[in-house]
Structures are given as C-alpha cells and as structure tokens.
Design a protein around this ligand. Structure first.
Ligand code: SF4
Length: 467
C-alpha cells in the first residue's frame, strides 16, 4: 500500500466517507463537462428532479463534435447540432460556466482548464473523457468517468471509487535531440504495456520530468490512460507554480502564497512508499512511432516492425491482427512507410508549445504532393496566440491547412475523417482500428515534429534528419 505519496494525500483529503462496499466516497473539486457524455447525464438528473449540486465547480465546453472548418450554426450535422443545443440548454438551466464557440475560451476540455488556471495541484478532477489524466501534470488526481458517473458528480459532487495502487515511474537524464515528451510516454507504454497500469495511478518522477515544461508534462500524463493507469501525475514544483501564476482562476494576493505552501505540502514525501517502482534512462529513447493498433505497439524510428518471435507470447495475437489491419510486414522498417494524411492537434499535442515546435520544422519546407496535412489548435486561446506569433502563416506557406479549435481527427466525431484505408501520421493519442473516422483507416502516433517530417517527406521519416 502506498504511503506518503501525493496520491494518498489528495485521496485522504477528499474522502467523505468509506462506504459499506469498501469503496471511498470521494469529493470532486472540479467537474469538467462537454457535449458528448453530458446530455444523458443531465437527462437522468431531470428524470429524478435533481439539480446540479455545485454549479460553480462545474465547467463546460464543446470540443468533440465541433467542425474545424465551417462553424456556422446550425451545424450541417444535425446530431452534432442537437448535442450542442443540449449542452447550451443544460448549462443555462443549471447556471454552469460554459465556454461556447466564439467565447475566446472554447477548446478541448483538457486544454482549456489548464490554460485558465482551473486545474490546480492537490485537486480531484473528473470529466466524462478518458484523457482527463492530463490534469495530473499539475499534481492533481484526475480521471475519466462514464456517463452514469457524470450524473453522480452533477448530483452529488462525489463519486464512489476504489483506491488505486501507486507505481512510481522514474525517467532520468536528458532527452536526445528530436525526442519529445510524446516519445517518452510512447516508450513507457511500449515497455509496461497497455494494461500494465490497470489498478494503478502512475507517478512520473526523475530528472527528465523535472526539466519538462508544464505542457510537456501534460502530454505525458494525458496518455497515462493508454498505459492502463486510471490517472497519472507529477508532483507540483516551481515549474507548476510559475505556469499557474497570474492565470484567470489561480489564487491571487495573499491567497497565492497560502496556496503555494499547501500545494508544496501535497507533493509525495521523500520517504514515500510505493506499490511498485520502475526506471528508464532518457538516453535510450528514440523518436517513437506506433506501427500497430494499440499505443503500446510502438518502436523507435530506426527499428523495423517487430517480428512475432521477437515479441512475448502474450503480444503475438494482437501483433498478427495489427500486421493485417495496418498492411505492414514484420521485419520491414517503419521509416519510409507512405503517408496520406498528417494531423497536428488533440489534447495530447495541440498546445502552443507543440505548434511552436512543429512550425520550427515546417518553416522552409513544403508538404509532399498528395499528402493532406492540417493543424488544429487545442483551443481558441492557442489559436490566437499562434496567429500572434505568425505560426499559422508558417504552416500555410508550408502547405498545411490551418483550422479552428477542436478535437478534430483525434476521434473524428466531426467532419475531419480518414477515407477508406488512408494512413495518417498523427500527434493524437489513440491508434485503435477506425479511431480516425474510417473503419479501415490506419493511424501512426508520433510527436508533432515527427508529423511534420512525415508531411514533408510523404512517408514516415526521422525528424533528426530534417534540417
Ligand atoms: S482530443 Fe481526442 S482524446 Fe482529447 S478530448 Fe478530444 S477526442 Fe478525447
């Protein structure tokens, strides 16, 4: 049993009671909602004549179904329009803060909450979306929940949950050039497996994470769920506090110092006990690309697609399924795989630092003939900032399309979809079969810089070779 960890402290601080089932009734500090998982939850509340218990702890935005080209209302997709209206009405009816399109604050739920300072250390955060783990970058315990749990949080601001074990994942050393936070988390998931984190919270520690920016830390925590961990976090430090200071919802004046001192006290103790500890060396990590149909099927750019006999017995059946679906042969290099579509965006890599880094490589190059490449900012604020810095012009000159904020082709619950068996180089987080909108569409996950390298070369390429 973990002891003295941030996870323990946050859990204990938010425990309302231990239920007869043995589960904990946990208070949720911040509930983030969006248009996809909330309509049914609000309907269930209405059926029971209940109101939202803490509207001021609930924040809504729209992201999944939002078109990134033509955002004129009503949307062409009538189902999307219905979902929009349902959330608009529910937010109004319950007095919930709602960041709608054009508010200047709309965007992917896991991008807008951190950028406004809503996400803070020591919090419990829930949202009807798996990638809520993103917010753990601030030293919060944050997890995705299902629709009936969204209802429970709306009605009671609490959840019935079983406590997780804690695995400390240490990565030490300096990342080699061309290797990013995305490569680090893809490497971790490759090594520990997509189910390795089931029953665990992941605590990321070590010098590599200590020297990452908050946005890089968010990329890492975002994909904890892809490794099976319900949540992942990094202990709050000066990088966290510097990021938060002055943001809209960050404490101000005397409250700031009090908050920082409380936040520091929530970090894991030096002598904290963990249920498991694993370590990696940053210098062993290469720019990483997935070749298969799970985020755990990743390889370094210089490696070939693994052969069945190089894999553990337990991974061979899913590997066979992946070779066939992805139309890739074991033993062949991943580098050089032809690409049809390049997507930069999502709650994993749609923040301003991601766009800055991608633009650095896009500048002076051009998207290869026959490749569709597009950039989707994670939020309206990211879009405004990128345009202020001229990043949009760099992308457009390089042959990328520049879009409005939303989830876009991460999930394709909007017009941005792969066609047929097109293959995409994507900065998103899931490469499941059909994830990007076509039942035969294929996805290769990688960092935004690697997506640019793929776009420019028309095939999977090593960003370290792009000047
Ligand atoms: S960007 Fe993708 S993973 Fe993130 S919230 Fe949207 S659909 Fe979910």
């Amino acid at each position: 049993m973990s002891k003295g960890t941030l996870f323990d402290k946050v859990w204990d601080t938010h425990t309302v009671q231990i239920l007869p089932s043995g589960q904990t009734q946990l208070f949720i500090g911040l509930h983030l909602i969006h248009e996809v998982t909330s309509p049914q939850a609000f309907a269930m509340l209405r059926e029971r004549g209940l109101k939202v218990m803490y509207p001021d702890r609930t924040v809504a935005t729209v992201d999944h179904i939002v078109p990134t080209e033509n955002q004129a209302r009503p949307f062409v997709d009538t189902l999307a329009e219905e979902m929009m209206q349902a959330l608009e009405n529910s937010a109004k009816e319950n007095g919930i803060r709602f960041y709608n399109i054009g508010s200047g604050n709309q965007g992917i739920v896991h991008v807008i909450a951190p950028e406004q300072g809503l996400t803070q250390p020591g919090m419990t955060i829930a949202c009807g979306d798996s990638h809520t783990s993103t917010h753990g970058a601030f030293g919060a315990i944050a997890f995705g929940i299902g629709t009936s749990q969204v209802r429970d949080v709306l009605a009671s601001q609490t959840l019935a949950l079983s406590k997780l074990k804690v695995r400390k994942i240490e990565v030490n050393g300096t990342l080699p050039p061309g290797v990013y936070a995305k490569d680090v988390i893809l490497h971790i998931i490759r090594k520990l497996g997509v189910k390795g984190g089931v029953g665990y919270a992941y605590e990321y520690a070590g010098t590599t994470f200590a020297s990452m920016s908050m946005e890089e830390r968010m990329t890492v925590c975002n994909m904890s769920i892809e490794g099976g961990a319900r949540c992942g976090y990094i202990n709050p430090d000066n990088v966290t506090f510097d990021y938060l200071k002055g943001r809209d919802f960050a404490p101000k004046g005397d409250d700031w110092e009090k908050a920082v001192s409380w936040w520091r006290s929530m970090a894991s103790d030096a002598d904290a006990e963990y249920d498991d500890v694993v370590s990696f060396d940053a210098s062993d990590i290469e720019p990483t690309v997935t070749w298969g149909i799970t985020p755990g099927q990743g390889i370094g750019i210089s490696e070939p697609v693994p052969t069945p006999d190089s894999l553990p017995e337990s991974d061979r059946a899913i590997a066979q399924e992946a070779y066939s679906y992805m139309q890739l042969s074991p033993g062949t290099p991943i580098k050089g795989t032809k690409i049809d579509v390049c997507f930069i965006g999502s709650c994993t890599n749609g923040r301003i630092s991601d766009l800055r880094e991608a633009a650095k490589f896009a500048k002076g190059h051009h998207v290869a003939n026959g490749v569709k490449a597009f950039v989707v900012p994670g939020s309206e604020r990211v879009k405004v900032e990128a345009e202020k810095e001229g990043l949009d012009k760099i992308f457009v000159e390089a042959g990328f399309e520049w879009r409005e904020a939303g989830c876009s082709m991460c999930l394709a619950m909007n017009p941005d979809k792969l066609q047929g068996d097109q293959i995409s180089a994507s900065s998103s987080n899931r490469n499941f079969k059909g994830r990007q909108g076509s039942s035969t569409g294929r996805t290769l996950l990688m960092s935004p810089a690697m997506v640019v390298a793929a776009a420019v070369n028309g095939k999977v390429a090593d960003v370290r070779e792009l000047s």
